[in-house]
Design a protein around this ligand. Structure first.
Ligand SMILES: *Cc1c(COP(=O)(O)O)cnc(C)c1O
Length: 479
């Protein structure tokens, strides 16, 4: 451990240097720390990276171009980038027990695009694609481009539906994956809210996808990846798992056996900034069969890698390999379960009736609210969450009927079961005291709501009190 004093000095000095050029940015950075310290952050996809991870990003690695892979770069002078990328990949392989790790993707969506193209290149006989891989994509002739579109155009993907907790990048229209693939989705059982593997198998038999995708951003349960792999095998599909949300639970060995995607999937993608607690970024893990194709992520999908972010990935992955990370991962789940019990005990309705991962999905229609109303009322009360569709959501993807809450961030701050119960009390208080508002013409509004400002203030103060015993970055003082 570095001394607390070193962390304070590092951030203070950085701000002093920035302030000399653009003081408003230094102020905004300071204000962001203050805001994050004061808010009860329950956004399931967010976390707080360590000072070491954050500091690894602010340096001259940011200035390097390093297209290519370790030892095979299109630029000279990449020996230190090679060190960084090789170390990040080694930590990733060791942590997850994968034979190959590609740590260049700039984000989760990029990691998925790299995986999709790797699978297409591996599975689809496309002369145009082969030519595209030999040259850079922007060297494609017009003719090759149209040939590529024709040859790849009707490939199929089966993924989890958005309202059941799937992700936009799994073949949905607003995302490019929805334009690349003919997509169909599997949902959850309307009675239990759980994935019904027999129905996934039936959908796979009927649709015969090239790619079966598992992974989610709003499903509060474990997924049995062994069964999903059997389904993929039964129809000759490549099985891909996007563990963006729960990578930290895999790293911390909370998800093992059938629930660890790495031994079961052909290819695994993830973000590094959610439960894994690293810098913003993405990563791909795979076996030797897809490794060469995955390594062509740059230039097929990505531009130059971000060496400063790869440095931070190496630091965060090194942290995740330490024994205390397993303890952290277990506490994330314990806290989510305590939060779920606290809410259920007070009468809230939860999708699937609880959780066995890091997130809880409240069906706020039980409080007579839309997700949009609930999200804003909670925000007024110092509780940061996000609205999310519930299965077969009558309010659609914009207003929604759900509130998604997650525990990775608060667990990093050190909050435990007692504080989770207190958090459940605050959430329940706000939601049960909020009523839907109406439009100017008297019709009911899906966005407006009525909440006594005095109550919102009171809950905000209680939220701040709850956090005061678990300060964020206790070692860092900026003044
Ligand atoms: C968050 C998320 C992504 C996208 O990650 P970005 O880094 O925001 O691009 C992809 N897939 C899943 C399942 C996610 O939850």
């Amino acid at each position: 451990m570095s001394s607390p004093n070193a962390e304070s000095t590092a951030f203070r000095s950085a701000l002093e240097v920035i302030r000399a050029v653009e003081p408003r940015i230094a102020d905004a950075i300071g204000a962001e720390l203050a805001d994050q310290r004061e808010s009860l952050k329950l956004i399931a996809s967010e976390n707080y990276a360590s000072p070491a991870t954050l500091l690894a990003m602010g340096n001259w690695f940011s200035d390097k171009y390093a297209e290519g892979t370790v030892g095979r770069r299109f630029y000279a002078g990449c020996q230190n980038v090679d060190t960084v990328e090789a170390l990040a990949a080694e930590h990733a392989r060791e942590l997850f027990g994968a034979s190959h790790a590609y740590v260049q993707p700039h984000s989760g969506i990029d990691a998925n695009l790299v995986a999709f193209w790797a699978i297409l290149a591996d599975r689809v006989e496309s002369p145009a694609l082969k030519r595209a891989q030999v040259r850079q994509v922007n060297d494609l002739t017009e003719e090759d481009w149209f040939a590529l579109r024709r040859e790849l155009g009707d490939q199929r993907m089966l993924g989890m539906s958005l309202d059941a907790g799937g992700h936009l990048t799994h073949g949905f229209r607003p995302n490019i994956s929805g334009k690349m693939f003919d997509q169909r989705s599997y949902g959850t059982d309307p009675a239990t809210g759980l994935i019904d593997y027999d129905r996934v198998a039936a959908a796979a038999r009927e649709f015969r996808p090239l790619i079966l995708v598992a992974g989610y951003s709003a499903y509060p349960r474990k997924v049995n990846f062994r069964i999903m792999r059997e389904i993929a095998d039964s129809v000759g599909a490549t099985f891909m798992v996007d563990m963006a949300h729960f990578a930290g639970l895999v790293a911390g060995k909370v998800f093992t056996g059938d629930f660890d995607p790495v031994p079961h999937a052909h290819i695994v993608t993830t973000t590094t900034h959610k439960s894994l607690r690293g810098p913003r970024g993405g990563m791909v893990l795979c076996g030797p069969e897809l490794a060469d194709q995955v390594d062509r992520g740059c230039p097929m999908v990505l531009g130059g890698p971000l060496p400063h972010v790869m440095a931070a990935k190496a630091v965060a992955l090194a942290e995740a390999r330490r024994p205390d990370f397993a303890d952290y991962a277990q506490r994330i789940v314990d806290n989510a379960q305590a939060l779920a019990e606290g809410l259920l005990g007070r009468g809230a309705t939860l999708v699937t009736g609880g959780t066995d991962n890091h997130l809880v999905l409240i069906d706020v229609s039980g409080y007579g609210l839309t997700g949009r109303q609930a999200e804003q009322a909670l925000l007024d009360s110092g509780i940061v969450t996000n609205r999310n569709a519930v299965p077969q959501d009558p309010n659609g993807a914009w207003y929604t009927s759900g509130i998604r809450i997650g525990t990775p961030a608060l667990t990093t701050r050190g909050l435990g079961a007692a504080e989770m119960d207190a958090t459940a009390e605050l959430i329940h208080t706000v939601l049960s005291q909020t009523t839907p508002g109406s439009n100017a013409d008297g019709t009911p509004s899906k966005a407006k709501y009525v909440l006594d400002p005095a109550l919102a203030d009171k809950v905000s103060r209680q939220a701040t009190d709850l956090l005061s015993t678990h300060p964020l970055y206790p070692s860092v003082t900026l003044t």
